[in-house]
Design a protein around this ligand. Structure first.
Ligand code: GMT
Length: 394
């Protein structure tokens, strides 16, 4: 099959899932054309994977547009790629603007009779495209239009499937295809022992108790409630010798940095910024902490479980479909900083329970979110969409 994949070139989940899917499809012999503004960080060079950059800034110097109309530039680029006969099908990640641009491209080709054949559009919604963009009056109608116009819509969790059904009247049900553990996320050997003071500057010495490491990964947007992560850590720090590693970057990072200074815990917190690969840091961590307001899935939690890192997270959206409370993680109400801290302390203080959670997390991630099985489900959706009378039938 010749598959077009359109995504944000982000460190965030949708960019990661789209890139890992592109690599997996190409590995299985498909030709994959990734269309995005720049190359996604996880999209390594691989045979069968082609990248088509989109430059939304053209003609800006003329001074007509206040903002680069990226949606139009993307539609234009997608139409060029389809017209060149490179695609059987287009799989877009995130409803707006990607599904909107895909439908525009398809309509342009249909109107000009220029396409080699109709190019079905599969749209995967990832969360905020439905709960934030899709809920906003400035965008809700166009998101609904793009989802209804897609030949198939998939979501990574039942929670997001329900959200789509509540907000938009779609003719066909949304297919649930969970995200999967990337290859690099699956350890082939047992990871090294934790809390070994492996990081430079950890302050570990034979005499001092080992410092336990909590890790958080996010894009530091308000929905991630990073202030709750820091506040919970400050409570943990009162009870245990621990440190916090924050991976990622975004608008709430400066606020989190000053919160650490105000709480006097700056010396125990490290902001590592965006990291192309999180596994080496996960392997040195004892616990993953997430305090999100909402998560359609929680790919970062899954990556932690796959590396044998137990998760403490808020029970929201699709998180309970990924993290099993009491088996490989502990789930708390959104905004309950004390509960988050208590859950962290109870796990950090109990190495044998932590080890049991770690074992279960590795097994659960491998069995329920297996890359091969999930990529096969996408291939089934693609085939059904391409089959006359299948998902793409009017
Ligand atoms: O979490 C973000 O803000 C990034 C966002 C994205 O679109 O990249 O992540 C969403 O998609 C991921 C992959 O499906 C999910 O694991 C995240 O839970 C989801 N984020 C939200 O729903 C807030």
């Amino acid at each position: 099959m010749r598959v077009g994949i359109c995504c944000f070139p982000s460190f965030g989940g949708s960019g990661v899932v789209a890139s890992e899917l592109a690599l997996a499809l190409a590995e299985g012999g498909d030709a994959v054309h990734v269309v995005s503004s720049s190359r996604p960080p996880r999209l390594v060079d691989a045979p069968g994977v082609h990248h088509h950059p989109v430059d939304g800034s053209g003609v800006l110097e003329y001074g007509l547009f206040d903002h680069p109309p990226y949606t139009l530039a993307l539609a234009n680029r997608l139409a060029q790629v389809i017209r060149a006969g490179l695609l059987d099908l287009l799989h877009v990640h995130y409803a707006a603007p990607h599904a909107v641009s895909a439908l525009l491209a398809r309509q342009m080709l249909a109107d000009s009779g220029g396409g080699p054949r109709p190019c079905p559009v599969v749209t995967t919604v990832h969360g905020t495209d439905v709960t934030l963009v899709g809920a906003h009056p400035n965008y809700s109608d166009i998101v609904g239009w793009a989802l209804r116009g897609s030949d198939c819509v998939t979501a990574p969790s039942y929670a997001l499937q329900r959200e789509v059904a509540e907000r938009f009247a779609l003719d066909a049900p949304v297919e649930v295809i969970p995200n999967f553990v990337p290859v690099a996320g699956c350890p082939t050997v047992k990871p090294p022992a934790r809390c070994d003071g492996a990081e430079s500057g950890s302050g570990a010495s034979p005499a001092s108790p080992p410092r336990l490491q909590i890790v958080h990964v996010s894009n530091f947007r308000p929905v991630k409630r990073v202030a709750d992560v820091v506040a919970a850590f400050a409570l943990v720090r009162r009870q245990l010798p621990a440190r916090l590693c924050l991976i990622g970057d975004g608008p709430d990072r400066p606020g989190a940095e000053s919160q650490c200074r105000q709480l006097g815990i700056g010396g125990d917190v490290r902001f590592l910024g965006n990291q192309a690969r999180v596994e080496p840091i996960l392997d040195r961590s004892d616990l993953f902490l997430s305090a999100s307001e909402t998560e359609s899935f929680g790919l970062a939690s899954l990556e932690a479980l796959a590396r044998g890192v137990p998760v403490v997270a808020t029970c929201t959206g699709g998180v309970p479909e990924v993290v099993c409370h009491g088996r490989n993680g502990l789930l708390c109400p959104v905004g309950d900083v004390e509960a988050l801290a208590e859950s962290c302390i109870s796990l950090l203080a109990d190495p044998s329970r932590r080890e049991a959670f770690a074992r279960d997390g590795r097994r659960w991630a491998r069995s329920s979110f297996d890359r091969g099985a999930i990529v096969a489900r996408y291939r089934e959706v693609y085939r059904a969409t391409l089959t006359p009378g299948g998902a793409s039938a009017p």
